[in-house]
Design a binder for this molecule. Sequence first.
Ligand code: PHE
Length: 343
Amino acid sequence: MKSKLEKIHKEALKALKDAKDSDTLEKLERQFLGRKAELARIAKDIKNIAKEQRPVIGKLINDVKRDISAIIQEKKQGKEFLAKGRPPSGWDYTLPAIAPNVGHLHPITQFLETIEDIFIKMGYEVVEGPELESQKYNFDLLNVPEDHPSRDIQDTFYVDKKDARNNSYVLRTHTSPVQIRAMKTRKPPVRLIAPGRVYRNERTDAGHETNFYQCEGLVIDRNIRITDLIGTLELFIKRLYGDNVNIRVRPHFYPFTEPSIDIDMSCLLCAGEGCPFCKRSGWIETLGAGMVHPNVLKNMKVDPKEYSGFAFGLGIDRFMMLYYQVNDIRLSYSGDLRFIEQF
Ligand code: PHE
């Protein structure tokens, strides 16, 4: 039995040595390792051998099989087949590699960079602040009174972490606290924007999410007037969307600005006709703004008699959606590649 196996082994090695193409290799593979091969038959007959012999012969059969199989695999990947038209395993090793999937910046980030470019060209610097914020910065120093509805738990996410005065931290509800933080290390004149993520306890729909992006703006200098504010924002919107966009200015109230305004722009998704995105009004609320309240200037250690300033908060998601014609804010945060890969 042993010599029979050795004979098969030798035969196989010789035949394989001469095999020069994949067809021959496949034939030899069938001949030596296939179901009807002699090796297979011997393996089947092992039960007829003396019991003590079985492990020895069994091992020998396996060794022979393994050796033949290894040589065949090696040959299949061998250089001699590369030169030939048809590679043995159906794989052409000379083909260029498959390019790996490379990611890219999220559309919101791409869009933020577009906005930053516009403001940087107008002389603004870009600053950032924390997303987990103390009530002091998110509300108090911004002149938001204790009983203001924006402090309500229905509107705001509070977390367990507490500050020194035992007040819960909040997931910042706007980027306005960055105004105060930035002024800790700056003196007027300042021109800055502060982009970032903010959180609100919203009921979600096509136009609302529980987290979204804002971009704060702050300008403080001598003789800054509300016309500077409106002019700046109109220029910004036109640089972004072109000269055909209409804006409309509405009076509003914010505790940290006085006077305060909201600026709407014509809905680019429906060209002012009315659609779900603009709640059928033809206008989109895009930003809140106003002249920095004297109390807030004082909290920034800036003298309101000497300086004035304006501040604004852009709703980045809505701007982005208009820019790229996206009709549902929730897509941005869905993580769905069918959406992300379009940008
Ligand atoms: N913080 C305001 C908001 O989130 C927007 C705003 C910023 C308004 C700056 C006035 C000045 O709605």
